[in-house]
Design a protein around this ligand. Structure first.
Ligand code: COD
Ligand code: ATP
Length: 209
């Protein structure tokens, strides 16, 4: 089935507010899929990606119950760029395939548009799956503070994760729409309502780029 369902990609650095923005769209009836959630699914016990990671790093990256020890793997990949690229080569093709399946599900539904939320929309080529890119933008100091508070990491690891991602300037240069998320949650909801009106009006978008 060929569908003209517009897909909006939402991206931004770590703790920029992507999930908070997506939940605000969801309250307006818009479905979304999050690449971080899919990234968790594809490393569940029994999945081939977890076997590959286990073969490379041994049991130090497994918890006693056989789940991936995410903290252990995080410590490895954000301290070693080559290991991060290796992990991405294992996970990104699988994440992308599964994202595509979810988008196909949305295309069967009566919705005005749908969202693909991903921290690495541009870096991983997932932007090819979407029609328009919304960048959630925050000053880096706020981003580091929110990451350290939410994820219980120290400031230097928060900085290392930010450094592993696209720079703020480069991300903004690729945005079709920008939401500056430095106000409170009401301010954010008002901006989402404005974007929702715009996205509902999208009819004859060109094919996915
Ligand atoms: C390294 C892992 C195990 C750390 O797990 P953890 O539970 O601590 O973090 P979580 O998955 O919730 O990610 C938190 C944030 O880290 C950042 N991040 C994750 N992976 C990457 C990466 N490869 N490069 C840059 N930033 C990343 C993102 O901003 C993400 O939102 C995990 O992030 C992972 O498997 N990453 C590789 C897969 C990937 O690229 N995921 C991003 C979605 S495409
Ligand atoms: N406008 C806001 N006002 C106050 N706190 C906010 C606002 N937006 C987001 N936050 C808080 O900042 C943190 C990060 O937000 P959120 O989890 O939505 O970011 P994210 O971009 O989805 O993060 P990640 O991709 O790293 O999981 C959360 O604790 C959230 O409650």
């Amino acid at each position: 089935m060929t569908s003209r369902l517009p897909i909006i990609g939402i991206t931004g650095g770590i703790a920029s507010g992507k999930s908070t923005v997506a939940r605000a769209f969801a309250r307006l009836g818009i479905p979304w899929v999050d690449a971080d959630d899919i990234a968790r699914e594809i490393v569940a016990p029994g999945e081939p990606a977890l076997d590959e990671i286990h073969r490379r790093h041994g049991s130090r990256i497994l918890l006693e119950d056989g789940q991936l020890d995410r903290r252990a793997l995080r410590d490895i990949v954000f301290a070693d760029e080559a290991e991060r690229h290796w992990l991405e080569s294992v996970t990104h093709p699988r994440i992308r395939a599964r994202l595509n399946e979810r988008l196909d599900d949305f295309r069967q539904r009566e919705v005005p548009y749908a969202l693909l939320v991903s921290p690495l929309l541009f870096e991983s080529g997932q932007s090819e799956l979407v029609d328009r890119c919304l960048v959630i933008d925050v000053p880096e100091s706020l981003q580091i503070a929110r990451t350290a508070r939410r994820d219980g990491v120290d400031e230097s690891q928060a900085r290392a994760i930010v450094a592993a991602q696209m720079s703020r300037e480069k991300r903004l240069s690729r945005a079709d729409d920008i939401l500056l998320n430095e106000g409170d949650e009401q301010d954010l909801a008002d901006r989402v309502a404005e974007l929702d009106r715009k996205y509902r009006a999208l009819g004859g978008l060109p094919p996915a780029r």
